[in-house]
Design a protein around this ligand. Sequence first.
Ligand SMILES: *[C@@H]1O[C@H](CO)[C@@H](O)[C@H](O)[C@H]1NC(C)=O
Ligand SMILES: *[C@@H]1O[C@H](CO)[C@@H](O)[C@H](O)[C@H]1NC(C)=O
Ligand SMILES: *[C@@H]1O[C@H](CO)[C@@H](O)[C@H](O)[C@H]1NC(C)=O
Ligand SMILES: *[C@@H]1O[C@H](CO)[C@@H](O)[C@H](O)[C@H]1NC(C)=O
Ligand SMILES: *[C@@H]1O[C@H](CO)[C@@H](O)[C@H](O)[C@H]1NC(C)=O
Ligand SMILES: *[C@@H]1O[C@H](CO)[C@@H](O)[C@H](O)[C@H]1NC(C)=O
Length: 337
Amino acid sequence: MMTIRLLLIILFITQTNGKNQKTFSPIENSRPIIGILTQPASSIWQTSNRTTYLAASYVKYVESTGAQVVPIRMYQPIDYYLHLFNSLNGVLFPGGDFSNEYFYVAKLFYTWSLKEFDETSKLFPVWGTCLGFEVLLMLTRSSIDILEPCKGYDFATELTFMPDAADSQLLGSSLPLNIKNALQNDSTTANYHNFCMRPTNFSADPMLSTFYKMLSISPDLEGKTFVSTIENQSTREYSKHNNLKSMCLGRRYPIFGVQWHPEKNGFEWRVNTTIPHTSNAVKVMQYTANFLTNQTRQNMNHFESIEDETKYLIYQYTSEFTDLVESHFQQIYFFYE
Ligand SMILES: *[C@@H]1O[C@H](CO)[C@@H](O)[C@H](O)[C@H]1NC(C)=O
Ligand SMILES: *[C@@H]1O[C@H](CO)[C@@H](O)[C@H](O)[C@H]1NC(C)=O
Ligand SMILES: *[C@@H]1O[C@H](CO)[C@@H](O)[C@H](O)[C@H]1NC(C)=O
Ligand SMILES: *[C@@H]1O[C@H](CO)[C@@H](O)[C@H](O)[C@H]1NC(C)=O
Ligand SMILES: *[C@@H]1O[C@H](CO)[C@@H](O)[C@H](O)[C@H]1NC(C)=O
Ligand SMILES: *[C@@H]1O[C@H](CO)[C@@H](O)[C@H](O)[C@H]1NC(C)=O
């Protein structure tokens, strides 16, 4: 083990010889594969034998950062999910409508990610968008009954950074100033949710407020605030190399959540919606997407063979164009039994 590590370090130094030798970065996974949960198809699409779907915007969002995508199918045996957990480098819980099946599959990956970090310090990043964000809160709280109905559907707004943002991975010191400016000063976050986590409820809940840092809040359509960005970030460097800091900061799981929809800014084009498509809004999307993939590069899982990888990749499926007027998703992957 030690000698392999040493060899890798020597290899690394040899490769970067002549370049900037002062900025030493750890070995990274340059072939990350990110799983995205599919979910039961809404009743309007169940005209044929389509059972589950995945909006193509999430796939493009991830692919544009230099990662491949595996759709995580619903209604599969547990071995299927375990195999994917051991082969993928992270997972994205997308937006959509709550369903027990989505919750069940999300719970598997969330639980395994925490367990893996507790037992081996290995990072398996979990990112939740909209419904995914809400499900992360529910999983941490072990209850699905924690959100309040609210007016949060179809509007764009800015983020108000909370004090904990400063020390965070997602909105902290590595956030470029132009992205920070866009997030704080432009309406660059698209919101499509009918439920909200109120900051007061969040802070009053010991489980939620211990597990997550509230990085930002946003106003809903009635001007009442909701929690819009959370993380329990991972700091592998701290826990491995700086025990003092690690003791101060506590353990940090690679779990991130946004109530808003970064992927829509660049990839959903339904007319008469409030999705922001400005260059700043698209930069915000690209920042969050790159952030996720960068996190997954720290995970070294891989499929046992290229044949095995090929079986699961999104390339096995073809997305279908819907329309630009009715559908919230312009391209959708449908999955059949
Ligand atoms: C179900 O979906 C498959 C896959 O596209 C298709 O080949 C098949 O004809 C469909 N069956 C019915 C009954 O619609
Ligand atoms: C949020 O907190 C308020 C005030 O304590 C409480 O009345 C309300 O039920 C809480 N909402 C949820 C969804 O727990
Ligand atoms: C947002 O705008 C305010 C007022 O124009 C400015 O003071 C602030 O620096 C801006 N925020 C960022 C992050 O640039
Ligand atoms: C992450 O969650 C654990 C468990 O609740 C907690 O001890 C830790 O302080 C959290 N870390 C952060 C940065 O939120
Ligand atoms: C968009 O909204 C405007 C104003 O309500 C309406 O006139 C127009 O027909 C809408 N366009 C479409 C394609 O629905
Ligand atoms: C990528 O992740 C590494 C490891 O967490 C971190 O040190 C680095 O700052 C990240 N880079 C960006 C651009 O976020």
